[in-house]
Design a protein around this ligand. Structure first.
Ligand SMILES: [Zn+2]
Length: 419
């Protein structure tokens, strides 16, 4: 025991000593308060989609490594790779790495393929959810099929069959509490793919990706482009292509990180003013309001709110009672149909002829909703009615004019309507 102590002491002294010449060592480590996990899809025996001249696994890795190099420019970002070379990594290990690191972001990089088209091109970003179109389901199926490289996949993934549509029902009942943050990052990514990388914008979608399922943080899966299109494949393997794509992803991550860190700083400032001196300030996770609030009445910032006291969100309780719903303001539900970086005209083609869409603004993004009602079943019905036009629409909830966790809102609704 004593010997171990001596060794440990020696070890710490060694670390301390080696840090002295590098004065920035400690401060840099402290400043790295935003962790990004970069996941290059596939690897080793799993090539991913295969093109005429390239394999998906190599494109993904090249972009991942270039992205990691760029992220070194950000002293407050810590980067972790799930793989840095051509090795096979089990699918569930990838998010495990991110969860163990308590990462702030999980970014999985992939390359798309469409067997029946040689001309389909463009970049898209997926967040976790139920695929509402066959095309999105097909992408999820292809990406999830990698688990079949793992001999014990049936037990490891609880009988999930990546090729059976029925298996995907699990994603219907999953509520992703990081959805709005993930979708926000996906929006930023798509903006970059379009403006910086000059790629066709294939949009933000939801689908049942196993790799995102267990991520305990906002997460996205990027499909850089189509390896099945000879023209795009050439771009995807080129130095210019991989560098430009990496730069686009980098730009989006940095914007996202800057927003998150400034919100965190603001929340901590408010918490300090709201708390007696000397009390520690808890780590605040903006946007996952109910969870953070459940942990102990953590004040969170509300943009444009003038006074700290008004900015402190009310404590959410695990069981939202009928009284709470009625006294704190009615909960309303709506179908979120699309988001935009700019305000859209009611006649905009993206509404697909739908009239009376309303909007709210979250971190500079206009989010359009439709069919708001305090009747959850009614809103479910509305979603079904417009599903053919808005395949990725999902349900959001509001209380006192603020977005609230849909899960909790549905819970409250069920409690209220219990007979
Ligand atoms: Zn892939």
């Amino acid at each position: 025991m004593n010997l171990t102590n001596v060794y440990m002491r020696g070890f710490f002294l060694l670390i301390l000593w080696s840090c002295i010449p590098l004065l920035s060592c400690i401060s840099t480590a402290q400043a790295q308060n935003f962790t990004v996990v970069i996941d290059a899809g596939h690897g080793g025996k799993d090539p991913g989609a295969v093109g005429k001249i390239a394999k998906e696994k190599d494109i993904n890795l090249k972009v991942a490594l270039k992205l990691g190099e760029l992220l070194k420019n950000q002293s407050d970002i810590k980067t972790i790779y799930t793989r840095k070379s051509d090795v096979f990594i089990a699918l569930d290990r990838r998010t495990q790495i991110a969860n163990e690191a308590a990462a702030d972001l999980f970014v999985s990089i992939h390359t798309n393929a469409l067997p029946n088209s040689r001309t389909y091109m463009g970049a898209s970003t997926y967040t976790l959810g139920l695929s509402k179109s066959d095309a999105n389901l097909a992408v999820a199926k292809r990406e999830n099929a990698v688990i079949m490289y793992e001999s014990d996949y049936q037990t490891r993934y609880a009988g999930f069959n990546p090729n059976s549509s029925e298996s995907y029902i699990i994603f219907e009942f999953m509520q992703d509490k990081y959805m709005s943050q993930s979708v926000h990052l996906a929006d930023l990514l798509q903006r970059q793919f379009k403006s910086h990388c000059k790629r066709t914008d294939r949009g933000v979608h939801q689908a049942g990706f196993l790799v995102l399922k267990t991520a305990a943080m906002p997460s996205v899966l990027i499909e850089l482009g189509f390896i099945s299109s000879p023209e795009e494949e050439k771009y995807l393997v080129s130095e210019n292509g991989t560098s430009t794509l990496a730069r686009g992803i980098y730009n989006a991550i940095v914007s996202y990180k800057d927003e998150q860190l400034s919100q965190r700083a603001e929340a901590e400032r408010l918490a300090r003013t709201a708390r007696p001196e000397g009390k520690p300030v808890p780590k605040v996770i903006p946007d996952s309001i109910p969870e953070a609030a459940l942990e102990g009445n953590i004040p969170l910032p509300i943009v444009n709110t003038p006074t700290p006291s008004a900015a402190v969100r009310p404590k959410a309780t695990p069981e939202v009672t009928k009284e709470k719903v009625s006294t704190d303001g009615k909960i309303t539900f709506a179908v979120q149909i699309l988001t935009s970086t700019e305000k859209l005209k009611p006649t905009d083609y993206r509404f697909k002829g739908l009239k009376d869409a309303e909007h709210y603004v979250e971190r500079g993004i206009y989010k359009y909703i439709y069919g708001s009602s305090d009747n959850y079943e009614q809103v479910l019905k509305t979603r079904r009615t417009i599903a053919s036009k808005f395949k990725d629409a999902w349900i959001v909830a509001f209380q006192n004019g603020k977005r609230i966790d849909t899960n909790q809102a549905v819970e409250a609704y069920k409690q209220q309507n219990k007979r």
